[in-house]
Design a protein around this ligand. Sequence first.
Ligand code: FAD
Length: 383
Amino acid sequence: MSALAPDTVDRPLDLPTYSTELARWLDPGPDSLAAACEPEPDYERRVEVLRRFMGDLHAAGWSRVGWPVELGGAGGSIVHRAAMWEALARRGLPGMALFEHLEILAPVLAAHGPTDLVAELLPEYLSGRQLWAQGFSEPDAGSDLPSLRTTAVLDGDHYVVNGNKIWTSWARYATWCLLLVRTGDAASRHRGLTALVVDLRQPGVEVRAIEQANGTDELAEVHFEDVHVPADRVVGEVGGGWAVAMHILSHERGTFAWFRHCFQYQELLATAHRATGRDDAALGDALLDLAAATAAGYDGIAAHATGATLGPRAAFNKLLLCAAEQSVHDRALAGDPDIAVGLQVPDVAVRRQEYLFSRIVTVYGGSQQMQLDTIAKQILGLP
Ligand SMILES: Cc1cc2nc3c(=O)[nH]c(=O)nc-3n(C[C@H](O)[C@H](O)[C@H](O)COP(=O)(O)OP(=O)(O)OC[C@H]3O[C@@H](n4cnc5c(N)ncnc54)[C@H](O)[C@@H]3O)c2cc1C
């Protein structure tokens, strides 16, 4: 870990200067970067090396840029964060893994969370010390999120939370969860929802990992039994959880296409270099799919940099990202059948995990059918 105290390091906000100086710092970068770039199929080890690198990145001041000063950041906007992750992908970092919520949850916490709490927790996340999860989906409420049944009942100065969440990414590793709960009556649907910041390490919370087909345990079930949450940990308004969820989805479907494209592009380049007897036309098609997702993702970044959100338009970005990601990994598999065989060589094992993950990108953040439904109803005005 670097000896520098984070708040003693100033980094330039002028974007070209920021990018140039970051590139200089990354060449060759700290040992933790080299470790984080090594293919590592074991999830627990991968999490640990990435946490160490994020600690160094934060201590050196780079990841504070893009976040408000009053929240422990160094100023700048999402555009700086986009530049930082692109530079990391170009240096061989394989993905954001459990720092994905820095671009899904954290921007919304920064915009709508209680300032004191976010100022305390954001640096903990940026430095890799305390990680986050998103608790929306339930066993009977995925696509139909407004039907969720986890309740939070106000009792004096705290809420008492009871219920079950499922498919909660990173819950096994996370300290904090942005939890969508019902504070209204059962019939209130989306009007009765509230977003709470919940400590997953407290009594009454049980996290059970779910092993995925690709062998990782990114996902989990989370059970809440009489869990006490201070009443001042509401994000947005009480009863305003739906607006918070929609803002999050504008990132998860909309801007996230940019962040993921950085890593998919590196995968496509590696595929092109690796393949013998490669099909250039198919690689070109994958590149076009990726270019479409990248352009849409950057459109999202540009909108969010002005303080806007994408609304239903984010559904297009998610569909383009799904198409691109599957195209890239179809090409990887076509050029390297070892991926299908599932060799235990770390590099191949990781690419097999990524290939299998590319089959389920059409589900997280709302299924592909639900994105099409959003476009049909909310953009095209179809019945
Ligand atoms: C890798 C991954 C990570 C995830 N991470 C998280 C997370 O961190 N936090 C979290 O809260 N959730 C997470 N999820 C859950 C995800 O948001 C849900 O799986 C998704 O919203 C679909 O819900 P469901 O699984 O309950 O499927 P269902 O809603 O039961 O849908 C099943 C099928 O029916 C279709 N369908 C349902 N309703 C309609 C309709 N009205 N019109 C047309 N078709 C319909 C769907 O498209 C789908 O094909 C994750 C999922 C995956 C795969």
